[in-house]
Design a protein around this ligand. Structure first.
Ligand code: C5P
Length: 312
């Protein structure tokens, strides 16, 4: 039997995500909306290194140049909450020091905080030897945030409920994305609130009960690995409220579509805009064009693995 020595470092990695389709239903009593979404995990990663400690702490760096200035490192941080939840659930008496290399944009609608939580759950479970099953980790993840289970699972999946009830979707091939990053964040609750207010103002009599579903064309496009088909059916109910809060994003969407993107969509609650390129060459050309227009962009491809332990 191997024993874990105090100098042990466990390294885990979890991906960011793009919602290639996101339909939002009505506000529920618990403050969440019923969703139907198709997630794709993409190759921007949060890398967590966990070490034994008496208490709980987190520190951030970003080798990819993500602006980490606004990320809290106190008890409100989702990685700390993940570690504490695992300790409480398993009765583990110690703490952890978490060092996170952040490469998913902060408050960008790509699930970076959720990826931190997923990678931290897996890192602590491995470091502490608490040995939870995958289903138990998924359940804990759902208590931390709607997108955390998907950051654990990765790949391509349909999410219902709050977005945390997952079923894997068949997918083949790799999709090439160019992501236009904003130099501001958008608050997820504020974007949902804007959607609700818009519906109350304009749509109350038309469609009182919404039952969100993922368009079958989305699943067909993912299964076929065909970016042209996917571009035709990409959709996000949160895009209109995000554009209402940040009108400048409309010009970003237009610019991408004029420069070879098959389609663009606000990612999750924004403000990151995800452009789907026809192939890698198309993505490189689009990246150059958007850079020339002084936009901060990164490329990513998907689908990729969910949270996993990395052997350095
Ligand atoms: O679960 P998470 O912390 O990521 O959610 C952040 C906020 O986004 C929630 O507090 C809620 O306002 C909103 N949300 C929602 N319905 C969902 C997911 C998130 O209203 N299904």
């Amino acid at each position: 039997m191997t024993s874990v020595v105090p100098s042990t470092v466990v390294h885990t990695r979890a991906p960011g995500k793009i919602n290639v389709f996101l339909a939002v239903g009505d506000l529920q009593d618990d403050g969440y909306h019923e969703l139907a979404t198709a997630y794709q995990a993409v190759s921007l990663y949060e890398d967590v290194r966990a070490r034994h400690a008496d208490d709980f702490s987190v520190a951030f760096t970003s080798t990819g140049g993500v602006d980490i200035a606004g990320v809290p490192t106190d008890e409100s941080n989702l990685a700390i909450k993940a570690a504490r939840l695992l300790a409480k659930t398993t009765g583990y008496g110690g703490g952890v020091r978490l060092d996170i290399d952040k490469n998913v944009p902060v408050a960008g609608g790509m699930g970076g905080g959720s990826a931190d939580a997923a990678a931290s759950l897996l890192a602590c479970d491995t470091l502490w030897g608490t040995g939870l099953s995958r289903d138990e980790l998924l359940r804990l993840g759902a208590q931390l945030g709607a997108d955390v289970p998907f950051a654990l699972m990765g790949g391509t999946a349909v999410g219902t409920g709050r977005g945390d009830e997952l079923s894997p979707a068949l997918a083949q091939g790799q999709f090439q994305w160019v992501l236009a990053l904003a130099d501001f964040g958008l608050s997820t609750p504020a974007v949902y609130r804007e959607l609700d207010e818009h519906r109350v103002r304009h749509l109350a009599d038309i469609n009182p009960v919404r039952q969100p579903r993922v368009d079958s064309g989305v699943l067909q496009a993912l299964r076929a690995g065909d970016p042209g088909l996917l571009a035709d059916v990409m959709y996000n109910d949160l895009q209109a409220p995000a554009l209402h809060l940040e009108p400048g994003l409309s010009a970003v969407l237009e610019l991408g579509e004029q420069n070879g993107a098959l389609a663009g969509v606000v990612s999750g609650s924004g403000p990151t805009v995800a452009f789907l390129a026809p192939d890698l060459d198309g993505a490189l050309e689009l990246q150059i064009a958007l850079n020339a227009a002084k936009l901060a962009v990164v490329r990513a491809s998907g689908p990729v693995h969910g949270a996993r332990v990395i052997t350095d």
